[in-house]
Design a protein around this ligand. Sequence first.
Ligand code: TRP
Length: 477
Amino acid sequence: MSVTSSDSASHSGALEGSSAALEGSNAKRGLWSSRLAFILAATGSAVGLGNIWKFPYVTGENGGGAFVLVYLLCIAIVGIPIMMAEVMIGRRGGYSPVKSLSQIAERDRLKPAWKLVGAVGILAGFLILSFYSVIGGWAISYVGTTASGQLSGQSADAVGAIFSGLLSDPTTLLAWHTLFMALVMVVVVRGVRSGLERAVSILMPALFVLLLIVVGYAMTTGHFGQAAAFLFQPDFSKLTTSGILVALGHAFFTLSLGMAVMMAYGSYLPKNISIAKTSITVSVIDTGVALLAGLAIFPIVFANGLEPGAGPGLIFQTLPLAFGQMPMGSFFGTLFFVLLVFAAWTSGISLLEPIVEWLEERKGMNRTVSTLGAGIVCWALGIASILSLNLWADFAPLGFVPMLEGKTIFDLLDFFTANIMLPLGGLLVALFAGWVMSRQAMEKELALSPGMFNLWLITVRFVTPVAVAVVFIYNLM
Ligand code: TRP
């Protein structure tokens, strides 16, 4: 795609592949070939470690059913409306998020202060990617662990020891973290996502099928009913205010909301495609993958007497047990972790992309320099997360704050990004859509029936801001 202005230059990178096919219809910016192309890219961003690694472990830590219910509610009444708002702002503005927000604000005679939303989002993406890449590295490492066959017939203790062995070894962790970050940077620097996006349409269903296979195995453990009850029978005595904050934060994290990623993608969505339908589709797929991961993992947890609240290592201590026991386990296990790496990769790209675009647009750097610069700084920050797992495991820099007691740097990065920055970004998006954008423009973009439009507007005007504010205030007290 030719570079005619700094605008098209920075923007063509993100989605070049999908737009290339359509140069005829919109030569300057390119549009998604179809609703499907958008769904693939948005799903590629949304489905990642959040669904398979994070959802099960935060569910385990927060006592199961009641937490899951709050999480589902957050997806429905906060996540989906905000995803619609992000996509809508992106399509209406038609530029990168920072530019779209200030353009709409100006067009509607309001202050460009809304640029802040994009800026907070960019910082959040940067911080998330630094530890996301470390976990992506764990997933890469387990491709080898499963492929080697060393898991077959192992006990829970032995599988746990393999995982602790990995965490205690900073050099190995660093090597896999470096590889993951390099994979992300290679795609972002080349600005070519066509191959990856097409691959999503094959690999995501494959991941889904493999999860089903593990669920099938999990049913044979005799603890499937207990796991289903754990996930779907709410016990509100186990729900804490911090659990509600985690559920809200995770809804943002898993749907890739609150940092303007969906806004960037929305700017490529053709005008005649329903924002509501596509947003709901992406959210349903994303939630489905997470619930399936829960159904795959918890029967193994209970069958082996493991601790549901084991923390971030949960899937690496349970899934290898299943792969060690089921027929053709090495094969399925290897394939599973390859697909997990792939899902994390497409998400990682969507975390780095906004920073790179911003550096190009604002600082006038070319794509190579901005990708290398942002990627390397992010990689370096990741080292702090690696050390949090071993040498600095007892170092809690903000431990004097009661709420942050015992949290390592890794824990703090996760906490501040997912539970504070993303909901705050989402709150600003909701306020922007609810109170700043012109109603007329939004009615046109969303093309909903009057009843549905009003329902959505009330949600972003009142329900979302109040929900986020209440959860924040409760947690501060
Ligand atoms: N949603 C991804 C996951 O669940 C993570 C992710 C990718 C993300 N891009 C994002 C989270 C943007 C927040 C914002 O793994």
